[in-house]
Design a protein around this ligand. Structure first.
Ligand code: C2E
Ligand code: CA
Ligand code: CA
Ligand code: CA
Length: 279
């Protein structure tokens, strides 16, 4: 940034400092967020479109910064992946998800699985797999109730032997989903060689159902690929009845989207499933 006018140069400079300071503040706040109990976990139901019943949930982290404003995970997760905080937050979210499973069990619900997002960075912790196992063990829950949602970007990274790690987790009894299927650049051959139970179809493909004249080929191909591989399908981000009808006719087993439910705090979820039970 060069300038012949001294004034405009320093103006530019202080503007730059402002965003830098804001980012620094964000990061500093984030470092304290766990201790200050500003990090919370919401749950979004995954629904069987044939009977509109809830069969599972996805745990989605939320940050209530200074207990004043809610910051989206799309904003703060990338920061935590950069500075390594995601490792601690990841264990926190898993523990919370286990507590949720315990809560559900206490109320007589044994059929729900809870999805937990895993970032590539978390695999760089050499104790990652042992820690996951220790957490579910110490909580005393069956790992089949925990569905690890892994994105293609993880499976493509070189930081660990993906197939080996996922096989260990799958052998131990964790359920595994490939998240945002089809949005990365992994080869199909490689992707389908991974041990997983469920394919999560990204919202961007589900959205193509709402766009007139758009190409449904990719969506339909992914659905038939999942069927022929014997994988379960969760379609993400369905917002309209037309989308739900189409996905249900195409035999997508589960739908996660605002059409049914948004992510909610645990108390709201418990209220909904108690009411559902009475029906
Ligand atoms: P994701 O794993 O793809 O999660 C699905 C996102 O889609 C969630 O956004 C959810 O609220 C949103 N969604 C679901 N249905 C609809 C719909 O019908 N319409 C619209 N517009 N959106 C819908 P959210 O909670 O903001 O999370 C964003 C991303 O942040 C997640 O994308 C995930 O990549 C990341 N994330 C969230 N929680 C965690 C976590 O605990 N750990 C890690 N590593 N990442 C997380
Ligand atoms: Ca996910
Ligand atoms: Ca997803
Ligand atoms: Ca997504």
């Amino acid at each position: 940034a060069k300038s012949n006018k001294k004034g405009s140069f320093s103006f530019y400079n202080s503007e730059l400092d402002k965003t830098e300071i804001m980012n620094l503040e964000l990061e500093l706040d984030l470092k304290r967020a766990l201790v200050l109990e500003e990090i919370d976990v919401f749950y979004q139901p995954k629904v069987n479109p044939n009977n509109s019943k809830i069969e599972g949930f996805e745990a989605l982290v939320r940050w209530h910064r200074r207990k004043q404003e809610w910051i989206s995970p799309q904003v703060f997760i990338p920061i935590t992946e950069e500075n390594g905080l995601i490792i601690e937050i990841g264990y926190f979210v898993l523990s919370k998800a286990c507590d949720f499973v315990i809560d559900l069990k206490r109320r007589g619900y044994n059929q729900f699985h809870v999805g937990v997002n895993i970032s590539a960075k978390q695999f760089s912790d050499p104790k990652f797999i042992d820690n996951l196992i220790n957490i579910v063990n110490s909580k005393g829950i069956d790992p089949k109730f925990i569905d690890l949602e892994i994105t293609e970007s993880i499976t493509a990274s070189k930081i660990f032997n993906t197939i080996e790690s996922l096989t260990r987790l799958s052998d131990y009894g964790f359920s595994i989903s490939i998240d945002d299927f089809g949005t990365g650049y992994s080869s199909l051959q490689y992707l389908i060689s991974l041990p997983f139970n469920t394919m999560k179809i990204d919202k961007s493909f589900v959205d193509s159902l709402e766009i007139k004249g758009s190409n449904l080929t990719i969506l339909n191909t992914m659905i038939s690929l999942a069927h022929s591989l014997g994988k379960k399908i969760v379609a993400e981000g369905a917002e309209t009845k037309a989308q739900v009808d189409y996905l249900s006719k195409a035999n997508c087993q589960l739908i996660q989207g605002y059409y049914y439910y948004k992510p909610m705090p645990i108390d709201e979820i418990l209220g909904i499933i108690d009411r559902e039970k009475l029906l």
